[in-house]
Design a protein around this ligand. Structure first.
Ligand SMILES: Nc1ncnc2c1ncn2[C@@H]1O[C@H](COP(=O)(O)OP(=O)(O)OP(=O)(O)O)[C@@H](O)[C@H]1O
Length: 229
């Protein structure tokens, strides 16, 4: 599903690498937390997975593809097989909840009838049944994140990438979001989630990968958050 072979990334005009010699594998269906203090390289790791950035050294494989060898025109096709969720939700504010989710299907050319059927189903799945016609601004933060997850999941991606998905949410709402991501993971979707949320990591007891100054310093199954700020 994901393989990093001795991956380093140095941004242009920087001397210190953001990632240094990282090697790891993530298999199908795993749930992985990516932890580490601010600036340790978590977002860089996720950007490499999405081919938003390229490795300076080493090889990144996602869904069986060597991303260095993937031509630019094939990148959108690769990204369509991934779902992404961010701290700031990134919903389209002028579209309804239903339209936000439908949009993910429209861009891949799904027939309208299939979209009409699928959107309410996925909204039901994330606990937002009946809220299809609401505007994102009318929803709570937790509900907006559920819409974002519905949009990320509606294509049934093999891999879901979440960057601090609970970062803007209170602890109780965060637990609800984690239950949802756990359910999605149980459908077979691999989930990789960068987080600073100690409580969540300690509760879930999933694989934990820790970065420190760009190096992989811990890879623990059923791990805990572990490091101090
Ligand atoms: N576009 C960029 N250009 C130059 N340097 C960058 C760029 N993006 C990140 N960096 C640097 O790379 C290092 C790793 O940053 P990264 O954003 O991956 O860390 P992070 O663990 O995601 O941090 P946070 O938890 O604060 O989001 C930092 O030193 C950062 O300053």
């Amino acid at each position: 599903m994901i393989r990093f072979d001795n991956v380093s990334k140095t941004y242009p005009k920087q001397t210190r690498p953001a990632l240094r010699d990282v090697s790891l594998e993530v298999g199908k269906g795993e749930f992985v937390f990516l932890v580490g203090s601010s600036g340790s390289g978590k977002s860089t790791f996720l950007r490499l997975l999405l081919r938003e950035e390229r490795a300076t050294h080493g090889a990144v494989h996602v869904l069986g593809k060597d991303l260095a060898r993937l031509s630019n025109w094939k990148v959108p096709q690769m990204r369509r097989q991934l779902g992404t969720v961010f701290q700031d939700f990134r919903l389209l504010p002028n579209k309804t909840v239903g339209e936000n989710v439908a949009f993910a299907l429209e861009v891949i050319g799904k027939p309208r009838a299939a979209i009409r059927k699928t959107v309410p189903e996925v909204l039901e799945l994330v606990g937002l049944g009946g809220k299809e016609d609401r505007m994102p601004g009318e929803l709570s933060g937790g509900e907006q994140q559920r819409v974002a997850i519905a949009r990320a999941f509606v294509n049934r991606p093999l891999l879901l990438i979440a960057d601090e998905p609970t970062g803007n949410l209170d602890p109780q709402t965060s637990v609800g979001i984690m239950k949802l991501l756990d359910r999605i993971n149980r459908t077979g979707t691999t989930v990789i989630m960068a987080t600073h949320d100690q409580q969540i990591v300690d509760q879930m007891r999933k694989r934990v990968i820790e970065l420190e100054q760009g190096r992989l310093v811990r890879d623990q199954s059923r791990g805990v958050y572990g490091y101090q700020h």
